[in-house]
Each structure stands twice: as structure tokens, then as C-alpha cells.
Design a protein around this ligand. Structure first.
Ligand code: GDP
Length: 319
């Protein structure tokens, strides 16, 4: 009998990479699609028979319970989220209902219908806010500064409490920014690589961005799902930071992306106050030593390779 996994947010970036990985490992995968199926179904056509799509919504308890009952999973991966920090300022209620209370609904459903399932919760480095210590690790104080981060912090603590109180095998992966050609255009990396391709192909002349001095620890999503899977293969549940450990500014991302196609970012990037946030986290840098030590994980794709991969993919898509 193949192992069964339930993935929420399956059509998103991480869901897509994880699905490909689990299907290649011989799993039977059940996925909750969410509102933006996009190109997911086409991409997964080859796996017909071992991939089952379920309609459910983390804001609706009955549908979450039905998804867990139908899939009878050995492993559950929760990627469903309103994933944009920027948007969480304009839609704090929905963000909280999905990213915080949605996780409560899912854990309750698992407790009722699949108490032995191993659970992964996609936690976020945004929970650290503008941290006083750098790099940030599993013991860094949690001080969230946006509706998105506050909801993710609630879910993080809930997972730890359910693990302790009910003995669930539930782990948090505290994920630093991870990008890929599948990243949505709401995020600055993909906005830049899409902009570079459009400018190079003559479809656009300028790219309007916000804070160029903001610094992030950017890794490749394909590497990060390896760490996620490894967490659920351990005897016991735990929390792990997943990060590259390297930081770069948004400006550096622009430099590398534009120069990859022979352009100078200074001639095309316009700083627009409309893209600044009410309260921004200026630097994030993760220390993934625990994941490296305990899980034996290490990322394979470096910063410039990641930027080049994303620019090339956008050039191919648009060209
Ligand atoms: P986040 O770390 O999850 O918020 O990921 P984002 O990719 O959305 O943002 C990373 C950083 O880039 C933040 O500090 C943003 O303020 C900064 N940034 C600068 N310009 C932009 C922009 O035009 N769009 C977005 N999304 N972020 C921008």
C-alpha cells in the first residue's frame, strides 16, 4: 500500500514541488486545491491515478474534516495560507481566518480523524519581526509585526501545544523566504524577474518597486521541500528553521537579475512609495544549523543560480 499524504495549498509553489517529490517517491497524494489552481492540473496530468484533488477550505470546518477523513493520511502538509505579508495589511480578517484559525480547524480534524498522522505546518520567519538577534534560530523571541506574522505565530504556538498536550507528531518548519519560477507575482523576487524579462523583450520600460534596502534570506523552494519531508521522517516532532543563511538586499536581487540579461537595473527600476509597507521587516537571516545537524539537510541552489533560474524561466514564458 503506498503511503498517503494530504497536502493543503497543493497548487501553490511549495505544494507543487512537494507533490512532484512525493509522487516520485511512490506516495498516493491527496490535495486541497484552494482558490488558484493555475497551471497545476496540467503539470500534474502525468500522475493521474495517484493524485486526488479534494475541494475543501480551511475556513470551513466540515470541509476540513471531510478532507482528512477521505484521505486517511499518514502525513499532512499544511501550505494553505494567504501568503502575502503585503496583502495581510489590506485583508487582515481573511488572513487570520486561514493562517491562524484554519490551522486550528485542521489540527482538530486530525485529532478527530487521523490522530497518528504526522503533520507539517508551514511556519514563517516573519514571526521574528525586526529581531534584535541575527541570524534567527529556533530560540529567537517571536515578535510578529504584521497581521500575516501574527496569524503565523498563533499557528506555530498551537502546533507546539497540540504536540505537547495531545501527543500529535506535529512539526513547524520556520521557513525563510523561498523562491522559484513558481513563486507568485505578489513577491518581490518574481515581480523583479518577470519585470526583467518584460523589459528585455520590450514589453515594458520600467519596474516600480518599494524598499530596495530591505534584506532577505532567499533560498530555492525545491531545496526547502526536502527539509520539510525530512521533518516528518524523524521519530519525534520538532521545530526547525529552514534558511540559506545568506542575506541580500532587494537592490542586489535587481542587480543580479538585470545583469543576467545584460541590463543595468539603475536604468529601469523606479522607487515608488506606493510599494512601501506600513511597517516592514528590514532584515531576515536564518540559522538552519539544527536542520543541517538533525535532518542532514543542506540547500543546493545558491543565490545567483536562483536568480538566473527565475529570470530564464520568465524569459522563456514570455518570449
Ligand atoms: P516577504 O518577506 O514575505 O514580505 O516577501 P516579499 O517578497 O513580498 O517582500 C520582501 C521585501 O521586499 C519586503 O521588505 C518588501 O518591502 C520589499 N519590497 C520592495 N519592493 C517591493 C515590491 O514591489 N513588492 C513586494 N512584494 N515587496 C517589495
Amino acid at each position: 500500500m503506498p503511503k498517503r499524504a494530504l497536502i493543503t495549498g497543493i497548487a501553490g509553489q511549495d505544494g507543487t514541488y512537494l507533490t512532484e517529490m512525493l509522487l516520485a517517491k511512490g506516495y498516493e497524494v491527496f490535495g486541497v486545491l484552494g482558490p488558484c489552481p493555475g497551471a497545476f492540473a496540467d503539470r500534474m496530468g502525468q500522475y493521474e491515478g495517484r493524485l486526488h484533488l479534494i475541494e475543501a477550505d480551511l475556513t470551513d470546518m466540515a470541509s476540513v474534516l471531510a478532507a482528512v477523513e477521505t484521505s486517511a493520511p499518514a502525513e499532512v502538509y499544511n501550505f494553505a495560507a494567504q501568503s502575502s505579508v503585503g496583502q495581510s495589511w489590506s485583508d487582515a480578517l481573511t488572513t487570520t481566518d486561514i493562517n491562524a484559525v484554519g490551522v486550528l480547524r485542521l489540527l482538530e480534524a486530525i485529532r478527530a480523524a487521523a490522530p497518528h498522522a504526522r503533520v507539517f505546518q508551514a511556519s514563517s520567519a516573519e514571526m521574528f519581526g525586526n529581531a534584535e538577534e541575527s541570524p534567527q534560530c529556533e530560540t529567537t523571541p517571536i515578535r510578529p509585526e504584521s497581521p500575516y506574522a501574527i496569524a503565523k505565530a498563533y499557528a506555530f504556538h498551537l502546533v507546539a501545544a497540540y504536540r505537547k498536550s495531545y501527543g500529535l507528531h506535529a512539526s513547524n518548519g520556520v521557513m525563510f523566504n523561498h523562491e522559484s519560477p513558481l513563486r507568485s507575482l505578489d513577491f518581490v523576487t518574481r515581480k523583479i524577474t518577470d519585470g526583467v524579462a518584460r523589459i528585455k523583450l520590450g514589453l515594458m520600460s520600467e519596474l516600480r518597486l518599494g524598499n530596495l534596502d530591505s534584506r532577505r534570506d532567499w533560498g530555492f523552494a525545491g531545496d526547502y521541500v526536502d527539509a520539510i519531508w525530512l521533518m516528518l521522517q524523524q521519530d519525534g516532532p520538532d521545530d526547525y528553521v529552514v534558511a540559506s543563511g545568506e542575506v541580500h538586499t532587494v537592490r542586489e536581487f535587481c542587480e543580479v537579475a538585470f545583469s543576467h540579461v545584460g541590463l543595468d537595473y539603475r536604468e529601469h527600476v523606479v522607487v515608488d512609495p506606493a510599494f512601501f509597507r506600513p511597517l516592514d521587516v528590514n532584515i531576515q537571516q536564518g540559522d538552519a544549523s539544527k536542520a543541517r545537524r538533525v535532518l542532514g539537510w543542506s540547500p543546493k541552489v545558491g543565490f545567483s543560480e536562483l536568480v538566473a533560474m527565475m529570470v530564464d524561466a520568465d524569459m522563456e514564458r514570455l518570449g
